[in-house]
Design a protein around this ligand. Structure first.
Ligand code: GSH
Length: 252
């Protein structure tokens, strides 16, 4: 029996971070794949292990640990050898955490908007009103998000704002990598800041937004480098990309 159990969803960007960290740390885990469109994350059983009603949740020693970056930090604390994902020096650690906070505040919520409009809309478009309202009302953290999305998608203004925030995030990423000398956010050290950004860049490329960093070579180099990490391929198994689940995206 593996030491860890992971409740997650194949396409979920927060799940990608945790799968990547488990693989990077060489840890075997039992994977439970939730169907977020069927509401598996809102059942009383799941809410008992994750009252936020979101994936991922890691179970270790009969205890649940929630929030992707908390889980990644926990795994690194358990297995700091041979390569810790957390810098030794307090100042560099603070820089890493500032980047993690920025990524969680700016590009992570922004990338949900094109994800929902371009891919996930199909799950809600034809949902009867009462079913849609019941699903929104059942969400502990994402009720307002879903209500704003509605069954027609975010309006153009919200979509454009999200794309603008993603553009500014890419400028910040390019500047940070240039400042450190790359190839990673913090120079030669691959840290949790890189893991935090990874699924956002992967998602943008998946949605056909990869041309947004055509003029940002440090991001292209970073993106290529992360794909050669041994944890990358097992993390993004078939079905993890939206183009694999929503073939209409390939027509764009
Ligand atoms: N802060 C949480 C956010 C988790 C999150 O947003 N999970 C999304 C998938 S990436 C989810 O479970 N969505 C289901 C829903 O909205 O009902 C983390 O980092 O783990």
């Amino acid at each position: 029996m593996p030491e860890f159990e992971l409740y997650n969803a194949s396409q979920s960007i927060c799940s990608h971070k945790v799968r990547f960290a488990l693989h990077a740390k060489g840890q075997d885990f039992e994977e439970h794949v939730l169907d977020l469109w069927a509401g598996d994350q809102l059942t009383p059983e799941y809410l008992a292990i994750n009252p936020n009603g979101l994936v991922p949740t890691l179970i270790h020693q009969d205890t649940s640990i929630i929030d992707s970056l908390v889980i990644v930090q926990y795994l690194d604390e358990l297995f700091p050898e041979p390569h810790s994902l957390i810098p030794d020096d307090a100042l560099t650690r603070a820089r890493m955490r500032s980047l993690m906070a920025y990524i969680d505040e700016v590009p992570k919520p922004a990338v949900r908007v094109p994800s929902y409009n371009m891919a996930f809309l199909v799950h809600f478009q034809n949902m009867p009103e009462d079913e849609f309202m019941a699903m929104a009302n059942a969400k502990p953290l994402r009720k307002e998000f879903l209500l704003n999305f509605g069954r027609v998608g975010f309006p153009e203004k919200a979509y454009n704002e999200a794309i603008d925030r993603l553009g500014r995030s890419l400028e910040r990423m390019q500047a940070e990598i240039e400042k450190s000398g790359g190839p990673w956010f913090l120079g030669n050290a691959f840290t949790i800041a890189d893991i935090a950004m990874m699924p956002i860049i992967v998602r943008m490329a998946d949605l056909g937004l990869g041309n947004m960093w055509d003029d940002k070579p440090a991001i292209s180099i970073w993106h290529e480098a992360i794909q050669t990490h041994s944890a990358y391929t097992p993390t993004f198994y078939h079905g993890s990309l939206l183009t694999q689940q929503y073939p209409h995206l390939l027509q764009n």
